[in-house]
Design a protein around this ligand. Sequence first.
Ligand code: IPD
Ligand code: CA
Ligand code: CA
Length: 262
Amino acid sequence: MLQSALINVMVKAARRAGRSLARDLGEIEHLQVSLKGPADFVSKADKRAEQMLFEDLTKARPGYGFYGEEFGRREGTDKSHTWIVDPLDGTTNFLHGIPQFAISIALQREDTIIAAVIYNPANDELYTAERGKGAFMNDQRLRVAGRRQLHDCVIACGLPHIGRGNFTLALKEMAVLQPKVAGFRRFGAASLDLAQVASGRFDGYWERNLSAWDIAAGVLMIREAGGTVSEIDGGDLLTTGNVVCGNEYVHNELIRLLRPLK
Ligand code: IPD
Ligand code: CA
Ligand code: CA
């Protein structure tokens, strides 16, 4: 399938960094038994991937700004364009050798996300989207699921863990939703959770306190797949990172049930 020159640039960069992460994943199993453990190894893999993405994307589009999780903001001369990048989304999965992690790249023009790539090098699933041109997974066009009964729906979520998240609120959210849905899934990589909603595998997803680099690409992916995505409490999504999404019915039902709990 013919992709635009912009998407091709993003895919080429994601695949190169993905090859590096796939090699590093292969090393993880050996490090699990070492005294120092893999944590510092993963941090180096994370930073190496971001530097590779910075080099490739900056070479292809000189002057664009770059906002990455590991090295923060690097201003460019072109103040209209910024790459928003998570070089390794799903770090904990990666650390444990779980093949559910991704490189997430979004291009923001002024305040609008215009292009997105989410790539899982462990299974070679490549999600792409460009504003007004649809969303694809390995060249297959994506469409959100059409289910309109919450009791038929599988809903992905994020769950607080040691040192992160509002435990009381999460328990309230679970208590309200558990009796109403067909199942929950917690896969541990927000960008892939969003991509799975765009692909129709998940009927909906919500999570709080994410970062712009977790969600910027997935937001465009879902909208281009005919889905609805917004900030749970009505704030600015890329600022608060409180994301909720699905087809319009599921999105609205999740908001109706979740918003009063805050
Ligand atoms: C994390 C993953 C995880 C989400 C966390 C994120 P990271 O990203 O997306 O699914 O629950 O809030 O921080 O730290 O592995 O890049
Ligand atoms: Ca992340
Ligand atoms: Ca990350």
